[in-house]
Design a protein around this ligand. Structure first.
Ligand code: ARG
Length: 458
């Protein structure tokens, strides 16, 4: 069924009709479309535009459209979009009265209202899944507060950290994504209905009540803005992209840290796959896909921004292209969050391998330079002196501890006496006790903060 055609003499070109249709993808907005329609009909009743009997007939009809949607939506002919689908089904149930659900209502406002509702629900689901993932990371981190591992910069061993510290780094970013999703939700959760096509409505609609009915926090204050702008959708996919980027980085870390050459972690068998040729292989496909799918979510951001930049103010059909970017970003991030939480939950930590890798004394060179500076040697000079110690140790193949002992014995006897403790790995990580450091207590605080940010307690 077409919702227009009064001044047309024939049907649209077949190929164009398929090109024009959004039902194959916007059918995912069915629940939202029907919720919005029911609320609108009720609002029409309250402002006297529809008699109570019509309101209840339409409401029952809309409820039935939703109930029957499962089978009908799959077999439905070729409706233009979800909005015309609902109108057509409603017509089959209540006859011409169906048209009255649309007094003064435009598909321009319907489309954007349904999308805002959909994004709101999607955000709630994604926040739950993000919280699950953060909780899984925090659990692993709490188990490894005293487990040293190397920290890397430029993929070169830099300074020892702990598993707790490493986990808190990832949990912190994801917790911010959780908060960002909440911010996006606030701006998305504004009611456009009552905007008409672009100019507002002449009906005495109580838009505040309509907003409350649909769980919106407020009403849009400019109809032209409300039907045009998709900034909320752009923000949503951008936030999804950051979230996926954070997961991709975690995936990347775990991929090589679980490689046999590192052996810090074993990935759960349930999240790896074998090779068709090499029987020994357990490949980190789950993590590789999480990393790879970041490309899709980034593409959604580009799609949204490119879509919006060229359209003039007012609804343009271009905007129909907003939905697939939104759906794809939400689907991809949602699935990735679930898989990532499963991987993290099943990760086996090999403390011995991490400790061995973190035990290269060179990784404490910076701590030694700081200790020398605290003895009064200007830090740049201390840095140079320790650099010379490292060179000497490498040249003579002597342990750095021994070389340092010889080189500081005369000028810095107090430090020389402390060298054993300075080169003790556990003490070295515990020494970074200021907020944000690797000390178990500092990491515990960071993990707790991430958990609190996502509203969880474990
Ligand atoms: N299917 C359209 C969309 O997704 C709905 C609005 C169409 N409005 C119009 N005037 N053509 O954006």
């Amino acid at each position: 069924m077409k919702l227009w055609g009064g001044n047309y003499s024939g049907d649209p070109d077949r190929e164009f009709w398929e090109f024009n249709r959004s039902f194959p993808f916007d059918r995912r907005l069915l629940r939202e479309e029907i919720a919005a329609s029911r609320a609108y009909v009720a609002a029409l009743g309250r402002c006297g535009a529809l008699p109570a009997a019509d309101v209840s007939a339409l409401d029952r009809g809309l409820e039935r459209v939703l109930r029957e949607a499962g089978e009908l939506a799959t077999s439905a002919g070729d409706p233009e979009d979800v909005h015309s689908y609902v109108e057509e089904r409603l017509g089959a149930i209540v006859g011409d009265l169906a048209g009255q659900a649309h007094i003064a209502r435009s598909r321009n406002e319907q489309a954007v209202t349904a999308l805002r509702l959909w994004i709101r629900t999607a955000i709630d689901g994604l926040r739950e899944r993000t919280a699950d993932l953060v909780a899984a990371i925090v659990r692993q981190g709490r188990g490894g507060l005293d487990a040293p591992m190397p920290g890397y910069t430029h993929t070169r061993a830099a300074e020892p950290i702990t598993l707790g510290h490493f986990a808190a780094a990832h949990a912190s970013g994801l917790a911010r994504d959780f908060e960002r999703l909440g911010d996006v939700r606030r701006r998305a959760n504004v009611l456009p209905l009552g905007s008409g096509a672009l100019a507002g409505t002449a009906l005495a609609l109580d838009r505040e009540a309509l907003a409350r009915d649909l769980g919106f926090d407020g009403v849009s204050l400019n109809a032209l803005d409300a039907v045009t702008d998709r900034d909320f959708a752009a923000e949503f996919v951008s936030t999804c992209a950051l979230l996926q980027t954070h997961m991709a980085r975690l995936a990347e870390d775990l991929i090589w840290m679980s490689a046999p050459e590192f052996g810090f972690f074993s990935l759960p068998d349930t999240y790896t796959t074998g090779s068709s040729l090499m029987p020994q292989k357990k490949n980190p496909d789950a993590l590789e896909l999480i990393r790879g799918k970041a490309a899709r979510v980034d593409a959604a951001v580009v799609r949204m921004l490119a879509l919006m930049k060229g359209v003039p103010t007012g609804y343009q059909k271009d905007l129909q292209e907003d939905k697939e970017a939104v759906f794809d970003a939400a689907d991809t991030v949602g699935a990735s969050l679930g898989v990532m939480a499963g991987v993290i939950g099943g990760l086996v930590v090999h403390r011995d391998a991490m400790r061995r890798a973190a035990s290269q004394p060179e990784m404490l060179a910076a701590s030694l330079a700081v200790a020398l500076a605290r003895e009064g040697l200007p830090f740049r000079k201390a840095h140079g002196l320790v650099g010379a110690m490292v060179a000497e140790a490498q040249k003579t193949k002597k342990p750095l501890r021994e070389v340092a002992g010889t080189m500081v014995a005369k000028d810095y006897p107090a430090l020389a006496a402390r060298l054993d403790s300075l080169f003790d790995l556990d003490r070295a990580v515990a020494a970074k006790a200021a907020p944000g450091g690797t000390a178990p207590e500092a990491a515990r605080v960071a993990l707790a903060a991430a958990l609190r940010a996502v509203g969880r307690e474990i």
